[in-house]
Design a binder for this molecule. Structure first.
Ligand code: G6P
Length: 608
């Protein structure tokens, strides 16, 4: 979703803003802009489409100044035109704002400003904030304090004014904002990836916070304008981890980072001897956990697929019933919740609006609340009482890969922890822990498949506008995830289905050359899946199977087998998803599409 960057310092602002925007591109956007406070007042540049359009304008129109704000816009109110791009200014051109979020009282504010004679120049809700601030008097901070009660909805805003051209005021209610304290320069951004090249000392603003940034420092206030204490944290992510490192795309780099990401996540939660898990590392209160009778997993997108696998892990190992819900549905369905339900929000970014709202429901009901999250200090991180950090590092490709596999590991470790708390652990746990430590090697092996196989896979998939991905048991979520990866980056329609359900509808789609992707490693249910494959084969389907090499019965059925190592059944979801990620990647590259920033998608959906 929209990306925000702000800079106050001693260097020229434009190149710093453009670099910040470049690093925010991955969030998804369709127009971009920046504003700089200089001798000529506030000057603005905006452009439709990709950042390169804004950069071209910036080269042709020097905007001197050492204070500025920038924005990548993912359209909500109004089309992605230049007029609707941010920054938006007030009627006098003395206040400029950038904004991420949605004002719910947009219509009422618009009508009110119009009847007061204000001419609106865009369709955005953001422009209304600029006018409201412009119509107040006094220092920008005081204006913000007066305007805040008038704004309903979710927003993260950075404002600048010609009255105090050396400062920025940032405020948030919902979408995240992080401020960075550099050397004689202060920055603010939607997420840390935009700040890392200039500072690793940051403050994550809380819901309702207002921050004033000047060259000399940052002061944080509550919504009433009273100073509040917010600690500066030093991040351990470095800028290089958010670079492509020689790979053609971030997604490919992140696919190949999975062995390390998984290794780091496993090791973070093992005891000193690495023979069992370290329950204390999870931050759960054991007394609260003993009372748990069920588990509720909430998430969106790929993280929701991880939860579907997590259900198998927790039910099988900890013998607790698990419900999995889309956070966007859960938050509105008046769920049954109480002290006996452990609620776990699973989220790469920790900022997905629906997941946060679902977690908040749990908190209000007094449920023990945990998160599996990839971003320390994110909103989900701060909301939860127990946190499992997936050690994937920054994930830039919009299509999630290494975050997914580390989420699976984190949920497996959670299942082992719950098993221990419930006194169900036995000698087999040690064997599973040993297998988990060997998992990075299995992932390396899955990554080592020759490109030639993927070239044949690409031909098979691109022969049709649709395809069907089949799996059973805990590999059904992997079929869903494989299909989602393909849709996200290749714009080809794909559907994931449990093999046993195929005869209840999808088989009607199958005709000559229709691609069916089978997630088919050795499991007790494989014979059943082979039965499904025989049925689609008889109707002309082209079959691509993911299975261990030499899988009996598959050779004669499948057009192509992408081999994966033979691992413990609980680890099969991890090794089988890798070829599906690479298949989607190769299809998108072959079709010449923007792998890392697919159209219309946002990396982190921070509004409903
Ligand atoms: C967006 C992203 C997906 C991601 C989902 C949930 O749709 O494009 O890749 O799975 O949000 O994000 P989260 O950060 O909560 O895991």
């Amino acid at each position: 979703m929209c990306g925000i960057i702000g800079y106050v310092g001693t260097h020229q602002a434009v190149p710093i803003l453009l670099e910040g925007l470049r690093r925010l591109e991955y969030r998804g956007y369709d127009s971009a802009g920046l504003a700089v406070a200089g001798h000529a007042g506030i000057q603005i540049l905006r452009a439709e489409g990709k950042l390169v359009n804004l950069e071209e304008k910036a080269y042709g129109t020097p905007l001197p100044g050492v204070v500025g704000i920038g924005h990548t816009r993912w359209a909500t109110h109004g089309a992605p035109t230049e007029a609707n791009a941010h920054p938006q200014v007030d009627a006098t051109g003395t206040v400029a704002v950038v904004h991420n979020g949605i004002l719910e009282n947009y219509a009422a504010l618009r009508a009110e400003l119009r009847s007061a004679g204000v001419e609106l120049s865009s369709d955005t809700d953001t422009e209304l904030i600029a006018h409201l601030l412009g119509r107040e008097e006094g220092p920008l901070l005081e204006r913000v304090v007066r305007v805040l009660p008038r704004l309903e909805g979710q927003y993260a805003v950075v404002a600048m004014s010609t009255n105090a051209p050396d400062e920025l005021v940032a405020f948030r209610q919902g979408p995240p904002l992080v401020v960075g304290a550099g050397d004689g320069e202060m920055l603010v951004a939607s997420d840390v990836t935009a700040l890392l090249s200039r500072t690793r000392r940051v403050i994550f603003l809380e819901h309702g916070d207002i921050a004033r940034l000047g060259r000399g420092g940052i002061t944080v206030f509550d919504a009433g304008g009273h100073p509040v204490d917010r600690p500066i944290e030093t991040l351990d992510w470095d800028a290089a981890r958010a670079e492509k490192g020689g790979y053609r795309h971030f997604m490919l780099k992140e696919i190949h980072e999975q062995p390390d990401a998984v290794r780091n996540t496993v090791l973070a939660y093992l005891d000193a001897e690495r023979r069992g898990i370290n329950i204390e590392g999870f931050g759960f209160d054991p007394h609260r956990l003993e009372k748990i009778r069920r588990v509720q997993l909430v998430a969106c997108g790929t993280s929701w697929h991880a939860c579907l696998v997590g259900k198998f892990y927790i039910e099988r190992l900890a013998r607790l019933p698990v419900d999995v819900d889309y956070a966007s549905e859960y938050r509105y369905r008046d769920p049954l919740l109480g002290h006996e339900t452990l609620v776990i929000g699973v989220t790469q970014s920790g900022e997905t609006a629906d997941t946060l709202a679902a977690m908040e429901l749990g908190r209000r009901a007094g449920a023990p609340l945990a998160t599996v999250c990839n971003v320390r200090s994110s909103s989900a991180w701060r909301l939860a009482e127990a946190r499992l950090l997936t050690q994937a590092g920054p994930e830039i490709g919009v299509a999630s890969t290494k975050a997914f596999t580390t989420q699976l590991v984190a949920l497996l470790l959670t299942a082992l922890a719950l098993r221990r708390v419930r006194g169900l652990d036995d000698a087999r746990d040690g064997e599973l822990v040993a297998q988990l430590q060997r998992l990075p090697l299995a992932l390396e092996e899955a990554l080592g498949v020759p490109d030639e196989l993927y070239r044949r896979g690409v031909d098979l998939i691109t022969a049709s506008a649709d395809s069907l991905y089949l799996g059973r048991g805990m590999l059904y979520p992997i079929a869903l995830e494989g299909a989602l990866k393909l849709k996200e980056i290749s714009y080809l329609h794909a559907e994931g289905y449990p093999g046993g359900e195929m005869k209840h509808g999808p088989i009607a789609l199958v005709d000559d050359g229709f691609p069916v992707v089978a997630v088919a490693p050795r499991t007790p249910a494989r014979e059943k899946l082979l039965g499904n494959l025989r049925e689609v084969r008889a109707r002309g389907a082209a079959i691509l199977a993911v299975a261990e090499a030499g899988a009996a019965g598959l050779d004669e059925l499948a057009d192509l087998i992408v081999p994966v190592p033979d691992v413990d059944p609980l680890l099969q979801p991890l090794v089988t998803v890798v070829p599906l990620q690479l298949l989607a990647y190769n299809v998108a590259v072959e079709l010449g599409l923007d792998v890392d920033q697919p159209r219309n998608l946002a990396k982190s959906v921070t509004v409903e």
